[in-house]
Design a protein around this ligand. Structure first.
Ligand code: UDP
Ligand code: MG
Length: 315
């Protein structure tokens, strides 16, 4: 039996891009089918992430014209990660393997051939990893590079230069969906699933049309979310800093007592002010980080749904 492949594509305000890129997904499915690699039940599943433009119209028209296309539409914009979760959750009902890919045509579609090859050789998860970052602006390249390094330093295990272009088997997805957290950072969670995995290298080209939805602000928030949802290392770092600072302040106290008794007087103003503001700053940062984790706990205990589907092009 040939495996059923679902290509899951999140789309948010992509009316400029979809009319150009939809055919590359369908062609890939068709080619793989003709090569005898995948079942004829394979599909492209678009996830409309609450777009405010004509994206959903385009998707529903595509699904009417071509059986290969299906779509689900979320009740509102929930962001790339949640849209992906929605699509994968839906796809695993029908598929043996899923490949998640952005709809902007940046990720080389031909890497899917190798991904399927790796799956057939026994991998449950195949990571698409960018060969280099030539197509990015220097700014995006440096910030992204720094981001991966920082993430690993902060205790979040991520595959270097891997975004959300990956193949997952149904088995891996079923286990992945037992991770029920609401604060999700998919690329950091997938390695925790385990199973045999492999890597496929590909080239990334510039966006075909439209513009990126990840400005610096969103990238920083993704990074912050990535760290705090995957590890508690920042809290440990705070504890370590706290211990160090207490040690230093203990020495300071000893020093000030000595100064007092040797009688060299009031000269300590500057050191007191700097010590007070230094500790004030450290305390505020610490409270902020701890507050962030408490906020996360607050959101987790509510167990709100990660996505809500409004309509589908099938059933
Ligand atoms: N996307 C989404 N919801 C959002 C923002 C983005 O589903 O709120 C989709 C978008 O349509 C695209 C993918 O996520 O398919 C990646 O977004 P983008 O290409 O803007 O990010 P970049 O490639 O610049 O990191
Ligand atoms: Mg993109």
């Amino acid at each position: 039996m040939k495996p059923i492949l679902y290509i899951v594509v999140p789309c948010y305000n992509e009316e400029k891009v979809l009319p150009i890129t939809n055919s590359i997904f369908a062609t890939k499915i068709n080619d793989l089918y003709i090569d005898g690699k995948i079942s004829e039940k394979s599909r492209v599943l678009f996830v409309n992430d609450g777009s405010s433009d004509a994206t959903w119209e385009i998707i529903s028209n595509l699904s009417k014209e071509n059986d290969t296309f299906e779509g689900i539409s979320l009740s509102r914009n929930r962001g790339h990660q949640n849209a992906l979760i929605a699509g994968l959750d839906e796809a695993r009902k029908y598929a043996d393997i899923t490949v998640s890919i952005d709809c902007d045509g940046q990720d080389d579609i031909n890497a899917i051939d190798q991904m399927v090859e790796e799956y057939l050789k026994g991998s449950d998860i195949v990571y698409g990893v960018r060969k280099d970052r030539k197509s990015d602006t220097r700014f995006k390249r440096t910030t992204a590079q720094g981001f991966y390094k920082f993430l690993n330093l902060m205790g979040a295990e991520v595959v270097y230069n891997h975004a959300d272009y990956r193949l997952m088997s149904k088995r891996a997805l079923d286990e992945f969906f037992k991770f029920e957290e609401v604060n999700i950072y998919i690329r950091g969670m997938v390695p925790l699933v385990g199973f045999k995995s492999s890597v496929v290298y590909y080239d990334r080209s510039p966006r075909i049309a439209g513009k990126s939805h990840y400005p610096l602000r969103k990238m920083l928030s993704l990074a912050f979310n990535g760290i705090t949802s995957l590890s508690v290392k920042p809290i440990r770092i705070i504890t370590t800093v706290g211990v160090l600072v207490s040690l230093i302040s203990f020495l300071l106290i000893v020093w000030s007592v000595i100064i007092h008794f040797t009688g060299s007087g009031v000269a300590g103003w500057a050191s007191i002010v700097s010590a007070v503001s230094f500790f004030g700053g450290i305390q505020l940062i610490s409270l902020g980080v701890i507050g962030e984790y408490i906020g996360k706990i607050y959101i987790e205990v509510k167990k709100r749904p990660r996505y809500i589907i409004e309509t589908k092009t099938y059933e």
